[in-house]
Ligand binder design. Structure first.
Ligand code: SF4
Length: 362
């Protein structure tokens, strides 16, 4: 990572230690983070209650920002996608979903932000834009946190829910993810409740168990997409490492430890996993874990040939789940174009570097 760390990379304790080395009182850390998080203002020069000499030192040692917005798109249902350039020129995307009534059972007036945790992704799910371009690197904790700060500054409104479901496998960047969650949750940080954060994973079973041991009550969503090993392996290579039996055991463990209901995400792809037998098997898995199921009709990803099932087929699949007593929904509206296709904006941008104004982006 080039140059200075960003101020968002530091925890309160780390900033207090840095200040202590400079013979500064510990309360300065709280004052600085009050500007950074409380006022959403990370420009050191404008921190009027901080002595000028310290402001200059902060400037020398830390970046006030590690992300630069290079592109923003909005869809008809007002979902907003932001493309950020990192200091090394890599790109990540963040998606704001203004109201999400069917996301994880959250209230309808919520503003949910889908944040990225890695540049690209190594897991190579066959339906996913992020997997297409491969993995470049993990995001630092500050780069995860700053996506929230930037979107809030840009839109002038607070985000209520965070979903770690953008580019990357969050649990493959475990330490930075935990540090980011802590900063997002902390009273000195963004102050968003842990129950308003959802970690979405392709199924790294050992990490799910580790996350279960953490004190914070973050929610868990599993990108399942196949209800048998045979089908899941076709579209998710991770299943060869952590087959369904191991994944389900880890889910049951998480659910039991946290006393929480987890969510299974299931992208419906024609001819792959949209038939009745998959619905029956999925019902069995969901009932065993007590999980809710979000069905997501496949969205076209440029360069991939999968097809979205007809609405009739989608409904038939849903009805099987419901007849088996599973709490299931189909996600059709808000965020229509992000669910199955995290990483698309970045991919398009990498392909069309000449897009106005961002030709400098690597
Ligand atoms: S679905 Fe998630 S884990 Fe799979 S390739 Fe895409 S970003 Fe990675």
């Amino acid at each position: 990572m080039e140059g200075r760390p960003a101020i968002f990379d530091l925890s309160l304790d780390e900033l207090a230690s840095w200040l202590k080395e400079r013979k500064q009182p510990a309360y300065r850390a709280g004052q600085i983070f009050q500007w950074v998080y409380g006022k959403r203002m990370a420009d050191f020069g404008r921190m009027s209650n901080i002595p000028e000499s310290l402001r200059n030192e902060l400037q020398e040692h830390f970046r006030s920002a590690g992300l630069t917005k290079v592109r923003q798109t909005g869809s008809a249902d007002s979902t907003l996608k932001f493309l950020f350039s990192l200091v090394d020129g890599n790109l990540v995307e963040t998606v704001l979903i203004p109201a999400s009534p069917d996301l994880y059972g959250l209230p309808a007036d919520r503003r949910t932000l889908c944040v990225s945790t890695q540049v690209g992704c190594a897991y190579g799910c066959k339906f996913c834009a992020s997997g297409l371009a491969g993995w470049s690197r993990n995001l630092r904790a500050g780069e995860i946190v700053e996506q929230i700060m930037q979107v809030e500054s840009d839109t002038g409104e607070k985000v209520n829910n965070i979903v770690f479901m953008g580019m990357g496998e969050p649990l493959a960047n475990y330490n930075h993810l935990l540090k980011a969650i802590t900063a997002i949750n902390a009273p000195w940080g963004a102050g968003i409740g842990a129950r308003h954060m959802t970690v979405s994973t392709s199924g790294l079973a050992p990490r799910i168990r580790e996350l279960a041991e953490q004190p914070l009550q973050v929610r868990l969503a599993i990108s399942l997409h196949g209800a048998t090993d045979e089908v899941r392996e076709k579209i998710m290579p991770v299943n060869r490492k952590y087959p369904l039996s191991e994944l389900m055991d880890a889910c049951a463990y998480y659910s039991g430890r946290k006393k929480q209901r987890i969510t299974f995400e299931f992208i419906l792809i024609e001819g792959v996993n949209d038939h009745a037998e998959q619905a029956e098997k999925l019902s069995g898995l969901a009932r065993r874990i007590g999980a809710k199921v979000n069905l997501i009709p496949y969205n076209k990803v440029h360069g991939l040939n999968w097809i979205r099932p007809s609405e009739q087929q989608q409904s038939a699949f849903l009805q099987i789940l419901r007849r088996r007593g599973v709490d299931a929904t189909i996600r059709r509206e808000k965020g229509h174009d992000i669910d199955a296709a995290c990483g698309q904006l970045r991919l398009q941008t990498l392909r069309y570097k000449s897009f106005a104004g961002i030709s400098e982006v690597r």
